[in-house]
Design a protein around this ligand. Structure first.
Ligand code: 3Y8
Ligand code: NAP
Length: 248
């Protein structure tokens, strides 16, 4: 058995720890989005494969027998490529995917399908807006320059930002409720824009918004093709381990 873990999330990191402890033959893969990703206890590769065909070539060349898609629910292109490449190479695939956050009664969510709708959901009158969606999709908000934006990136911005009134927090998470409450109060945040990432690493801002009675513009997850999925690292280990002891 030789597993490829498509990583880049806290769940993938927990799986990598378990696989290393079990001495599985596994490779951890980062997309190369951040300057200094967390170290992993497994051999690690970084960067794209070159589309679904590039991933299929990698699977064949490296003798990969099982693929675990432990990427983020919004890493849709990687997940689609994994389904296509595993079908083309007849390689077993499982997704390690956390459940979306469910809206609690006390939450004020405006649920939207895409970034354009998220921008439209913000008020016209000036507000103090926390964009907790990283850096890849913030340009759309420049059509509402009247707001004071707080952005949060994993790495410092590598160029000028498109907003007249903006400040950037550089932090990779996971985040705490106390830290989120302090940040939102000190900045007088009135609105939050978030993706429904699920999991615990970025949940604190949702709990803080509820406590402060703030509206959250919540981006729904992209549609992904059907593939076997689980929320449990233990289940993935069983899925892998069963084959490891069979020597498959
Ligand atoms: C490179 C690996 C850990 C893992 C930390 C989780 C938790 C924090 C939620 C907020 C939301 C956001 C962002 C976020 C979350 C965890 C987890 C998770 C959201 C790292 C990581 C990589 C990335 C890539 C990065 C994206 C960005 C998204 C920041 C490592 C830290 C906003 C997603 O600068 C960039 O281009 C960053 C790009 C994709 C989304 C975006 O569009 O900007 N994640 N995040 C992975 C790779 O190269 O393959 O650097 O160590 C992993 C984590 N991100 O250590 O415990 O849920 O797993 N990451 C979102 O939800 O919208 C932060 O700020 O509240
Ligand atoms: P994406 O849009 O789905 O992927 C774009 C391309 O990046 C993929 O087609 C692939 O390139 C490459 N790629 C992505 N993840 C990869 C991985 N783990 N290993 C190797 N190549 C990868 O992905 P994304 O949203 O930019 O996310 C990139 C990474 O950040 C992923 O590891 C993801 O788990 C992590 N992350 C993303 C988010 C998020 O909000 N999207 C949040 C937290 C963590 P090729 O086509 O060339 O193979």
């Amino acid at each position: 058995m030789r597993a490829l873990i498509l990583g880049g999330t806290s769940d993938a990191n927990m799986l990598a720890d378990a696989a290393a402890r079990a001495e599985f033959d596994a490779v951890y893969s980062y997309g190369g989005r951040t300057r200094a990703p967390a170290n992993q206890p497994l051999p690690t590769r970084t960067g794209g494969f070159g589309g679904a065909s590039g991933l299929a070539d990698y699977i064949r060349r490296e003798g990969i027998t099982h693929v675990v898609d432990a990427t983020h629910p919004f890493a849709a292109e990687m997940s689609r490529n994994a389904v296509a490449a595993c079908a083309a190479t007849r390689t077993p695939l499982i997704a390690l995917e956390r459940a979306p956050w469910a809206k609690a009664a006390a939450d004020t969510w405006i649920e939207v399908a895409d970034i354009t709708s998220a921008v439209a959901a913000l008020p016209d009158d000036r507000a103090r807006v926390f964009l907790a969606i990283g850096r890849q999709h913030i340009a759309a908000f420049s059509t509402k320059p009247q707001h004071a934006y707080t952005l949060r990136f994993v790495d410092p911005p590598d160029g000028p930002l498109l907003f007249p009134d903006v400040d950037v927090i550089v932090s990779r998470g996971p985040f705490t409720l106390a830290g989120e409450l302090k940040m939102m109060r000190s900045r007088g945040i009135g609105w939050i824009v978030a993706r429904n990432s699920g999991g615990t690493g970025a949940r604190a801002k949702i709990d803080a918004a509820r406590e402060l009675g703030l509206p959250v513009v919540m981006l729904a997850r992209p549609e992904l093709p059907d593939r076997p999925r689980t929320e449990s690292v233990a289940e993935v280990m069983q899925w892998l381990g069963h084959r490891a002891c069979l020597g498959a």
